[in-house]
Design a protein around this ligand. Sequence first.
Ligand SMILES: [Zn+2]
Length: 121
Amino acid sequence: MHQHICPHCRNASVPNLAVRWSSRESPAECTACGQLSHVVSSTSSGIWVFGVLLVVASGIAALVTQSLWVGLAGLALMVACNVCAWQRTELWPISKTDARTANKVGWWAAIGAWVVALFVN
Ligand SMILES: [Zn+2]
């Protein structure tokens, strides 16, 4: 399985799956040095948007050509691009205290948005 390069110790020891779900609020942990790192949110959302666009495009192509194979080829392309893009992503180092603060801020932002939503409705 592909492992990502840790920005702290330069070992390829950050699990792929942890990187995929990592953010400032919940960073991935290096299995070699135990330090935290995360992908930039613009990168992960960019990959996500690109994936959705490819799925939509292959869906349209399948409808136009009336061929399931075109749609499947589009999906295969999407998966390949997704895997490739994730392997190229750079990790950003984050300290444990920063991650804890970001997590707290994230929670307060979520609670704040919830309260605002209650009052707006
Ligand atoms: Zn490390």
